[in-house]
Design a protein around this ligand. Structure first.
Ligand code: NAG
Ligand code: NAG
Length: 272
C-alpha cells in the first residue's frame, strides 16, 4: 500500500470514518476496517453468524490541498469472496464517484483525482458494491461509507470583530478586564492543533496583558493616569498550532482610551 509522504503529519488515522449499512439484505456481511499505523480494528456488524465473506476496507481518508502530480491514493475496497481472478467487479457510486474518486473495478483501489478543500466539504458519502463480473450478481450487500477529508493547517486565525475601540476607567485596579477578543480558525478543531489558538500581546506592554487561552485583555499596571497618557493602541496576535513555531497567525488592534474618574481634588469656587 502506498501512503503519501504527507501522511506522516497525521500519525493516527483518526480520520477514518465509516458508516456501514446493509440495504435490504437478510444477511449481514462481516465488514473489516483496517486502520494502519495504529492497530487492526475489526468493525464487526454481524449479529449471530460470521459469514465467510465480507468487505475489507482500508484508510478512507484523503488529505486536503493535495498538489502532487499523481492522483492521491485513498484506499481499497475488498471483498473476501475476491479470489483475485478478476471475476469480482467493484462499483463506486455516490458523492464524487467517477469525478473526484475513481475506482479500479478489478483491484478495488480508490484514488482521488482532485485537490480537495476540507473547509468547503469535510466528507463524501459513497456506496460500494461488489458484483460478479460475468453474472452481475451482487456478492456483498451494498454498503455506505465515508471518505473524510483530512485537515492540514491551511487557515490562519482571524479576528472577525476587530479592530476594537474600548474604554477603561483610569486608575483601575491592576488586572481589570478591558475586553475579550476572539479569533476563529477555519481548520478542523477536532484534529491536531491546526485550530488551537494562543493569544499574545505584540504591542501595549507593560500597560496591558492578554490571557493566552481566553483572549481577555486586562490592565497590567496600577495607577494608569489619564492625565499622563490617555490613548493606547494594543496589538493582539492569535497563533494556531497552540502558539508553536510554524503556526499561522493573525492580529488585531484594540484602541483603549482611559476615561476620566474624578481623581483631581475638586476646587470649589469661593462663594459666599
Ligand atoms: C487606533 O489608534 C491608532 C493610533 O492612535 C489610529 O491610527 C487608528 O486609526 C485607531 N483605530 C481605530 C479603529 O480607531
Ligand atoms: C502502509 C502500511 O503501513 N501498511 C501496513 C498495514 O498494516 C499491516 C499489518 O500491520 C502491515 O503489514 C502493512 O505493512
Amino acid at each position: 500500500m502506498k501512503i503519501t509522504s504527507t501522511s506522516c503529519i497525521c500519525p493516527v488515522l483518526v480520520c477514518l470514518c465509516f458508516v456501514q449499512r446493509c440495504y435490504g439484505t437478510a444477511h449481514h456481511g462481516s465488514i473489516k476496517v483496517t486502520r494502519n499505523q495504529t492497530k487492526h480494528i475489526e468493525g464487526e456488524t454481524e449479529v449471530h453468524h460470521r459469514p465467510k465473506r465480507g468487505w475489507v476496507w482500508n484508510q478512507f481518508f484523503v488529505l486536503e490541498e493535495h498538489m502532487g502530480p499523481d492522483p492521491q491514493y485513498v484506499g481499497k475496497l475488498h471483498s473476501n469472496s475476491d479470489k483475485g481472478d478478476g471475476s469480482v467487479k467493484y462499483i463506486l457510486t455516490g458523492e464524487g464517484a467517477g469525478t473526484i474518486f475513481i475506482i479500479d473495478d478489478t483491484t478495488g483501489d480508490i484514488h482521488s483525482t482532485k485537490s480537495l478543500d476540507r473547509e468547503k466539504k469535510t466528507h463524501y458519502v459513497l456506496h460500494a458494491q461488489a458484483i460478479d463480473r460475468w453474472t452481475n450478481k451482487p456478492l456483498e450487500p451494498e454498503s455506505e461509507f465515508i471518505i473524510k477529508v483530512q485537515d492540514i493547517n491551511d487557515n490562519a486565525p482571524k479576528f472577525t470583530d476587530g479592530p476594537y475601540i474600548v474604554t477603561v476607567p483610569e486608575m483601575s485596579d491592576m488586572g481589570t478586564s478591558v475586553l475579550q477578543v476572539t479569533a476563529t480558525d477555519a481548520d478542523d478543531p477536532t484534529y491536531g492543533n491546526s485550530a488551537r489558538v494562543v493569544y499574545s500581546i505584540l504591542q501595549g506592554q507593560p500597560y496591558f496583558s492578554v490571557d493566552p487561552k481566553t483572549g481577555v485583555i486586562r490592565t497590567a499596571l496600577h495607577n494608569m493616569d489619564r492625565e499622563a497618557r490617555e490613548h493606547y493602541s494594543v496589538v493582539i496576535q492569535a497563533k494556531d498550532m497552540a502558539g508553536q513555531v510554524g503556526g499561522l497567525s493573525g492580529s488585531t488592534t484594540v484602541n483603549i482610551t482611559l476615561t476620566d474618574v474624578n481623581d483631581n481634588p475638586p476646587r470649589f469656587p469661593q462663594s459666599m
